[in-house]
Design a protein around this ligand. Structure first.
Ligand code: SAH
Ligand code: SF4
Ligand code: F3S
Length: 468
């Protein structure tokens, strides 16, 4: 498909959107329909939901936070672990009563889970009140899918295929007004043996650098203060594009945009994270001193089984280089405990790596087998209760490290972005290195940069006061 065809496709969707404005208005009692969108999973899904919301607004809908009053309910689902899928099934089950009360309610399920055939089939068979099921590859066709669902009165399942295209200019409604996501690429080519993402998100493809830069500039002009560049593996940004470019170059160009803002990015893959990228992080004050660099496991044998394509030594080398170059760096990571065949001794290598690197925080997961991934077929003799014990041990180690790190910040001054109300009179602010500080301040400061001095650390919760 070439550029004109994707443009034509989006024009068709715009025309259908116009038709839908009247169709939906009449269907929902001569009122603007109310749409509820709930997002499960990672920032990729959050970014997709922002497109779905953008398209819903163009169809004349009002967004609501209350599913009880909604005319259209969309769940954007995540398939990364069994627990994530179970939550979706549970929550979809609860919608049955709402559909009974309001037969015109349109319930749609989309996102990563729906890209798996066995799940789409299960939904179709067991949840007859779900009217629309669609996968991640057909988001740009959302208006057409809604149109068919409401005009045919039939249930619709549309899973499409990965056509390798990037559909630019889909309407977008960002959730935040000063913190925003900016997708720079989609999909993943890495095929870690445990992971469903490449199977449900398709092949890796990068947006053109001029398009990304334009969007970043527009965000800065619109007042965004904290912009996160998004991709499953940002370090391989640019692969397959006709122009020569790279992630470090993109990062530099974003940081060169005029204005008072911060830029972050995620996720970095240790096999591709370069010293050049770290040097650029160190060079620009606008690039946050936070690096999310998932190591997954500290044992080389297991890393190989995971197809991660780096060793523990390579990971430590890049982590140490980053720490030495970037003052006050926060390193965060993802860890999987209990990969099939992992022994307690191998798990201890993970603990050792955590002690050595001293991460600011960790996202920790017990391995969850995913249908269609190679690891799901590996022998997995360690019982879940044993893995849960390992996890508890890991969390204890990490808690101590995080508490020490926070205690070390007391007395220091930081520039923070004030983000939200924590409770009456108390706001949450975030440092560049991604640590939350509670401050007593008026809500009017939300969305502004401030300077704070850390006055107290209780475990990993920091308190601070404003400085002039
Ligand atoms: N692209 C990112 C991660 C995306 S998924 C990266 O490579 O780092 C987010 C995290 O979920 C992964 O880092 C991994 O720690 C976890 N994860 C993925 N599949 C999993 C599985 N089958 N079981 C448990 N955790 C899993
Ligand atoms: Fe999954 Fe690995 Fe791709 Fe991350 S890099 S999304 S863990 S396959
Ligand atoms: Fe989940 Fe899909 Fe993200 S599987 S973690 S929402 S890419």
């Amino acid at each position: 498909m070439n550029q004109t065809l994707t443009e034509k496709e989006l024009q068709k969707q715009e025309e259908i959107t116009d038709l839908l404005k009247d169709i939906l208005f009449i269907r929902y009692g001569n009122q603007q329909p109310k749409a509820f969108v709930h997002t499960y999973g990672c920032q990729q899904n959050v970014a997709d939901s922002e497109k779905l919301k953008g398209m819903l607004l163009k169809m004349g809908c009002i967004l609501t936070e209350d599913k009880n009053e909604a005319d259209i309910i969309l769940f954007n689902t995540c398939a990364v672990r069994e627990h994530a899928e179970d939550r979706v099934f549970g929550n979809v089950g609860q919608l049955k009563a709402l559909k009974k009360k309001k037969p015109s309610l349109l319930i749609g399920l989309c996102g990563c889970m729906m890209e798996q055939q066995h799940i789409a089939e299960k939904i179709y068979k067991s949840y007859p009140y779900v009217g629309l099921v669609f996968g991640t590859h057909v988001i740009h066709k959302f208006p057409e899918l809604v149109y068919h669902a409401v005009t045919s009165g039939k249930r619709l399942v549309e899973r499409g295929y990965d056509d390798g295209e990037i559909y630019e200019n889909i309407p977008l409604h960002r959730d935040g007004s000063f913190k925003g996501w900016l997708s720079i690429m989609y999909g993943c080519d890495n095929f870690c043996t445990y992971c469903i993402v490449p199977h449900v998100r398709g092949r890796e493809r990068s947006r053109r650098p001029d398009t990304v830069l334009q969007e970043a500039k527009a965000m800065v002009q619109a007042g965004y203060k904290d912009i996160t560049l998004l991709g499953q593996n940002v370090n391989s940004y640019g692969k397959g594009l006709s122009e020569q470019t790279s992630f470090p170059e993109l990062l530099r160009n974003v940081a060169e945009i005029d204005g008072d803002f911060w830029v972050r990015f995620m996720t970095s893959h240790p096999k591709d994270a370069s010293k050049e990228m770290i040097d650029i992080m160190a060079e620009y004050g606008k690039i946050c001193n936070h690096l999310h660099l998932p190591f997954q496991c500290g044992s080389n044998r297991i890393l190989k089984q995971m197809n991660r394509r780096y060793t523990r030594e390579k990971y430590l080398e890049i982590a140490e280089y980053a720490k030495s170059k970037i003052p006050d760096l926060s390193l965060t990571s993802d860890v999987i405990v209990g990969f099939p065949g992992e022994t307690y001794e191998e798990f201890c290598e993970t603990l050792e790596l955590i002690r050595q690197v001293k991460f600011t925080s960790l996202f920790t997961f017990i391995y969850s087998p995913r249908v269609g991934t190679p690891a799901a077929k590996f022998p997995d003799p360690v019982p879940h209760e044993e893995k849960a014990r390992w996890m508890a041990e890991l969390l204890k180690v990490q808690e101590q490290i995080a508490a020490q790190r926070c205690a070390g910040m007391v007395g220091n001054a930081y520039r923070v972005l004030v983000e939200e109300q924590a409770r009456e009179g108390v706001l949450n602010a975030r440092t560049q290195n991604n640590i939350i500080v509670e401050i007593e301040a008026p809500a009017a400061l939300i969305g502004t940069f401030q300077n704070v001095r850390i006055t107290q650390a209780r475990n990993w919760i920091l308190r601070g006061c404003l400085e002039s």
